[in-house]
Structures are given as C-alpha cells and as structure tokens.
Design a binder for this molecule. Structure first.
Ligand code: ZN
Length: 289
C-alpha cells in the first residue's frame, strides 16, 4: 500500500510539473511575441503629383504626402533607414520609439521634385527603389537635350539626380531590378514555369549585375536593398538575392512587420502598405492599427 501512495504522489508531481511547465512555456511564448518585438510599418509610395486629377492607386498628391508626414510626426513615429534597421537586427543598435520606413518604388522624378524637399522639411528618410533601365533611358534623354525628359507626370530619375539623392543622407537607393519591371513574359523577377533553377538564378543575377554596372558611377558601392516589382517572387528568389549580397528585401504584402534584436529573418520579407491617392492620412494609417 505504501508503494501505491508513493507511486501516486510521484505521478501527481510529474503530471503537475508537466502541466505547469507547458503553461509556463506558453506564457513565455506569448510574452515574447507581444513584449519583445517592435511593430515596424513600412509605407510604399510610387508617383507623386501636384495635380489632384492624376491621383490613382499609385499616385498621391504632394499635399497628401505632406499630410502623411504630419500624421507620423503627430503620432510619435520616426522614419528610419534600412541601415538603421540592419544595425538593429545584427548588432542590437537601438531604434527610436515607433519606427517607420518610407519607400518609393519605380524611381519617378517627382520624388526629387516634390517628396525630397518635404522629407527634408520633416526630418525624414526614404528608400527609393529604382528601375535601372528607366534611369539609364532618362539619363540618355537628358544628355540628348530631349525636352520631354522632365515631365513630372511620368518622367523617371536620371543617374545624376540619383547620385544627389544617394549623397544627401536622406535617401537610400534600392534595386527594383535593371529590366524586369514588366508583366510581359517573365512576371517581374519571378521564375517562369518550365525554367530550370540554374537558368533562373543566372537570369536574375545577370539583371542585378546590369543594375550595379549602370549605377556604379552614382552609388558609393553596390545597392544592398531590393524591392520586388509587383511584389512577385518565387521560392528561390530570396536565396538568390542573398547570394548577390542584398541585405534587405521589400515585398508588397500589406502587413505590419514585427522586428526584434538578433532576429534577421524578417529582413528578407519586409512587408509594405501601398499608399493610394484620394484617401485621408487617418484612413490610410488606420489599416495599420
Ligand atoms: Zn514597381
């Protein structure tokens, strides 16, 4: 009988330890999700215009952009660079409270004319993801004296302007591919069906090399930031980008990033919210709460 009670006590203690251990682990897991990670919203803009009639899903007015910057300021956000983010992820360098990253895709010249002075005014930073072939075309048009090369409704940044932005300390230049910004044939920089993994890696690496060659004179070193055209990528793409030396990659999934020190996994899947024209700052930012 004594043995029976001894056995019962041991069983109760063992089961209790298991249950409380599991419960404790669950609590620890919950607290690491909520308390140890920092929310990081990333905003995605494209064209910027002074003409209300040109507002679209991919074009905001300069007034709407300024209103967004005022919203961020009023709500205690500080825009950070990708460099600050990677310093935080790899080295634990502290970030300001309520960090946010502002990005502009495609490299429209309107960024230089309208967004850049506003970023300076509000002491903000931005990442400008440039399509290499567009920048090259507008650099050539500028050299030819083509009067159409500065039409801010649709013109793209030339490499002289990109250099000024890169040197300003306000903008970081990202690669939005050299010449894969199209849905014809290959969709963006994704792998085509039937293409071998080797052929795909070769094609994407060649495009990246062309981007780096074209931008070599205006950037101080290779761009280490990449943004997927149309947000399209294949399972192999992040690894190919890593092999090509990129350290941060933006997609187009509308989701808040949750970042933490010592975790670098999110750097290759930085989610972003597209900012359309025609909606107030309050309703745009409400999506992120
Ligand atoms: Zn794009």
């Amino acid at each position: 009988m004594k043995n029976f009670y001894r056995c019962l006590i041991i069983t109760v203690v063992a089961v209790g330890t298991y249950i409380f251990g599991a419960f404790g682990a669950a609590v620890a897991c919950m607290s690491s999700d909520t308390a140890k990670t920092t929310p990081l919203p990333v905003l995605m803009y494209h064209n910027i215009t002074k003409k209300a009639a040109l507002r679209s899903k991919y074009a905001v007015t300069a007034a709407e952009f300024e209103s967004d910057l005022q919203y961020l300021q009023k709500n205690g956000y500080t825009s950070i660079s990708v460099q600050q983010l990677t310093d935080y992820a790899y080295n634990g360098t502290p970030l300001p409270d309520r960090p946010v990253i502002i990005t502009f895709d495609d490299g429209f010249e309107s960024f230089y004319a309208y967004a850049y002075p506003l970023l300076e005014k509000y002491d903000c930073k931005a990442v400008v993801n440039v399509v290499g072939a567009y920048a090259k075309k507008y650099t050539e048009l500028e050299r030819q004296g083509n009067p159409d090369c500065h039409n801010l409704d649709y013109s793209y940044l030339n490499f002289d302007e990109i250099k000024k932005l890169a040197d300003s300390g306000i903008a970081e230049i990202g690669c939005h591919t050299y010449d894969m910004h199209t849905l014809k044939g290959r969709r963006g920089c994704g792998k085509t069906s039937g293409e071998s993994e080797e052929a795909y890696e070769k094609a994407l690496s060649a495009d990246i090399a062309a981007f780096r060659q074209a931008s070599a004179d205006c950037l101080d070193g290779d761009s280490l930031i990449f943004a997927y055209p149309y947000g399209i990528y294949s399972p192999q793409t992040p690894d190919i980008l890593r092999k090509n030396g990129f350290i941060a990659v933006f997609d187009c999934t509308e989701k808040i990033n949750r970042i933490s020190r010592g975790d670098i996994s999110y750097l290759f899947h930085l989610h972003r919210y597209n900012r359309p024209g025609g909606v107030s700052s309050e309703s745009f930012f409400a999506k992120m709460n």
